[in-house]
Design a protein around this ligand. Structure first.
Ligand code: ATP
Ligand code: MG
Length: 501
C-alpha cells in the first residue's frame, strides 16, 4: 500500500473545475444567451463534440455560472451523468430527482423548493420511476448456494411509460413555477446522453419538446462513440424541435496558451502552441502532454512537445506512463468494472480490507486517474483512460478479471444498493468470464424483463448473450429457448419506427 503513495504530481484528467476553465468564449456566449431566455420560455441546448474535447468541463462551467458565481443567478442546479451500462432504466433521471430532493432540503434553496407541492411532485415521480423499474430488479433472481441463478416469472411493469413521462413533466412544471416566482432559472444538466438507452432518449426528447419557463436543460453528447449511433439518433431526434446545438472543436492557439498558463503555469511560445494546435488540439491530449512535460521536468518548448508527442502511440499512453507500478496495476484490475464502481466491489477486486480500503479511496483520488462521484462511488477520471485500459488487456487477463468481478458481485450482492446495476454488471461479467451456464440463465431472464419494458435494444443484447452461451454449452433446449426469445424481440426492433420502441 505504501508504494502507492508515490505521487505523479499531475493535473487530474477529470473535467476541468470551473475556475480553471479556459477559452471557449463564443460557446460560453451562446450558452449564456440561451440561459437568459430560459426565464420566459424553457430552453434546451445540446453540447456536442468528439471524446476529450471538453463537454463535461463546459457543464461544470455552466453549473458554476448558474449556482455559484458571485453576482450571478445563484439558482439551483440538478446534475446527472449517464454511464456505459446499457439497461440502467432512467437512472440519470432518478439522480436528477435526488439532486432536487437535496436542494429542497438545503438551507440555500429550501425557502423556494421546500413547499408542499414540490414535495408531493418529487414523491410521486420517485414512486412512478420505482414502479416502472422494480420488476426488473432481482426480487427472485438470487444466487442459490453460489451455484445457480434462479429466475422468477418476469412481470410487465405496473405503470407504463406515459405515467413516467407525465410525472417527470409535472415535476419540471412545478420546479419552473417556483423558479419563475423567485426570479430564478433552474439548470438541469445531463452528461453523456450518447450512452443513454432508447428509453432514456425518448424521455429526454419528450421532456425537451415542452420545457416550462424557468428551466434550462443542457445535455452533452459525444459525436463519436464505440456503439456508433448515439449521436446520430440524438441529433435526428432534436432536429425538428429547434434545439440549439453547441459544437466543440479543437482548441485554437490562444486557448492552448491560456490552458498551459492557467492550469500548468507554463509559458508557451507561439511555435510550441502552433505544433500543439496541429497535433494535439483537443484538451484531453493537451493535458496528457503537459502532464508528461511536467513529470519529466521539461520546459514546454517546441522540441520537447514534439518529443513527448512522438514518444506515445496514443495520448492515454502518456497518462499511464507516469503512474507508479502499483497504481497501474489497480487501473488494470478495475477497468473491467462498469462505472459507477461501488467501494466494496473495488476493495474486493483489489483484495483490500479494513483501513486499507480508506487508504485506497484516498490514493485513487490523488492519482488524477480516478474521480469520486457524488454518491461516493468511483469512476476513471476520464472515460478515455478506461477505454484505453480495456483495450490493453490480454484476452486471458480479461477473462480472469471478469471472473473475479462476477465473484465479487455475487458475494456482495445483498449489501449493495443499486440492484439493477449489480444485476446487469453480473450478467456482463459472467458472460465475459465465459461462465456460460450462469451467464445463459441470467441474461435470458433479464432480457425478458427488458422486453416487457419495451427496451428492446437492451433485451436483444442480453438475449444474444444467452444464445452464444447456450451454443458454447452445447445445450440444445436452452439454445432453442434463447433463439425463440431473440426472434420475438427482433420482430419488435425491426418494426416501424415508434411502434413499441
Ligand atoms: N475549456 C477547458 N479548460 C481547461 N481544461 C479543459 C477544458 N476543456 C477540457 N479540459 C480538460 O480536458 C480533459 C477532457 O475534458 P472533458 O472531460 O470535459 O471532455 P469530454 O468532451 O467531456 O470527454 P468525453 O467525451 O470523453 O466525456 C479534462 O482533463 C479537462 O480537465
Ligand atoms: Mg465528458
Amino acid at each position: 500500500m505504501d508504494e502507492i503513495q508515490q505521487q505523479t504530481g499531475g493535473i487530474s484528467y477529470a473535467p476541468s473545475p470551473p475556475e480553471e476553465f479556459c477559452g471557449r468564449r463564443e460557446e460560453l456566449e451562446q450558452i449564456s444567451a440561451t440561459l437568459s431566455r430560459a426565464g420566459e420560455h424553457g430552453q434546451a441546448v445540446m453540447i456536442s463534440g468528439p471524446p476529450g474535447i471538453g463537454k463535461s468541463s463546459l457543464l461544470n462551467w455552466l453549473a458554476y455560472e448558474v449556482q455559484e458565481r458571485p453576482g450571478g443567478r445563484q439558482s439551483p442546479v440538478l446534475r446527472a451523468e449517464v454511464f456505459d451500462l446499457p439497461g440502467m432504466i432512467f437512472s440519470a433521471f432518478r439522480e436528477l430527482l435526488n439532486d432536487l430532493r437535496r436542494s429542497s432540503a438545503s438551507a440555500r434553496f429550501g425557502s423556494i423548493l421546500d413547499v408542499e407541492s414540490m414535495k408531493e411532485a418529487i414523491r410521486y415521480a420517485d414512486d412512478v420511476f420505482e414502479k416502472y423499474a422494480a420488476p426488473v430488479e432481482p426480487v427472485g433472481l438470487l444466487p442459490k448456494a453460489g451455484e445457480e441463478i434462479v429466475g422468477v416469472f418476469a412481470r410487465s411493469p405496473e405503470v407504463g411509460y406515459d405515467r413516467v413521462y407525465q410525472a417527470f413533466e409535472e415535476l419540471l412544471r412545478g420546479l419552473g413555477r417556483q423558479m419563475s416566482m423567485a426570479g430564478h432559472v433552474a439548470a438541469v444538466l445531463l452528461d453523456d446522453v450518447h450512452l443513454a438507452s432508447s428509453h432514456d432518449r425518448r424521455l429526454l426528447r419528450d421532456v425537451v419538446h415542452d420545457l416550462p419557463p424557468g428551466i434550462l436543460l443542457a445535455f452533452t453528447c459525444r459525436t463519436e462513440d464505440g456503439a456508433g449511433s448515439g449521436y446520430a439518433a440524438m441529433r435526428e431526434e432534436i432536429r425538428d424541435l429547434g434545439i440549439r446545438e453547441v459544437q466543440l472543436f479543437r482548441m485554437q492557439r490562444h486557448e492552448i496558451r491560456e490552458l498551459g498558463e492557467r492550469r500548468f503555469d507554463f509559458s508557451i511560445d507561439d511555435a510550441a502552441a502552433g505544433l500543439l494546435e496541429e497535433s494535439a488540439g483537443d484538451p484531453f491530449r493537451l493535458i496528457t502532454c503537459f502532464n508528461a512535460l511536467r513529470n519529466r521536468g521539461l520546459a514546454p518548448s517546441r522540441e520537447n512537445v514534439a518529443d513527448v508527442i512522438a514518444g506515445a502511440k496514443e495520448p492515454a499512453d502518456l497518462a499511464f506512463a507516469a503512474l507508479p507500478e502499483p497504481m497501474k496495476a489497480w487501473t488494470e484490475e478495475l477497468c473491467v468494472l462498469n462505472p459507477p464502481f461501488p467501494v466494496p466491489i473495488m476493495a474486493c477486486m483489489l483484495d483490500l480490507q479494513g483501513a486499507d480500503v480508506t487508504l485506497m479511496a484516498d490514493r485513487m483520488q490523488e492519482s488524477g486517474i480516478f474521480r469520486r462521484l457524488p454518491g461516493g462511488e468511483y469512476a476513471f477520471a476520464h472515460p478515455l483512460l478506461q477505454e484505453h485500459c480495456r483495450r490493453e488487456l490480454s484476452t486471458d487477463t480479461g477473462v480472469t478479471l471478469n471472473a473475479r468481478a462476477a465473484d465479487c458481485f455475487e458475494r456482495s450482492m445483498h449489501r449493495l444498493p443499486g440492484r439493477l446495476h449489480v444485476l446487469l454488471s453480473l450478467a456482463g461479467h459472467l458472460f465475459d468470464a465465459r461462465e456460460y451456464g450462469k451467464a445463459a440463465d441470467l441474461n435470458l431472464e433479464i432480457g425478458l424483463r427488458f422486453h416487457h419494458r419495451k427496451d428492446h435494444d437492451t433485451a436483444l443484447m442480453l438475449t444474444e448473450r444467452a444464445v452464444v452461451s447456450a451454443e458454447r454449452l452445447g445445450d440444445d433446449a436452452l439454445l432453442a429457448a434463447a433463439e425463440r426469445q431473440r426472434d420475438v424481440i427482433r420482430q419488435k426492433t425491426s418494426g416501424p419506427p415508434g411502434v413499441g420502441r
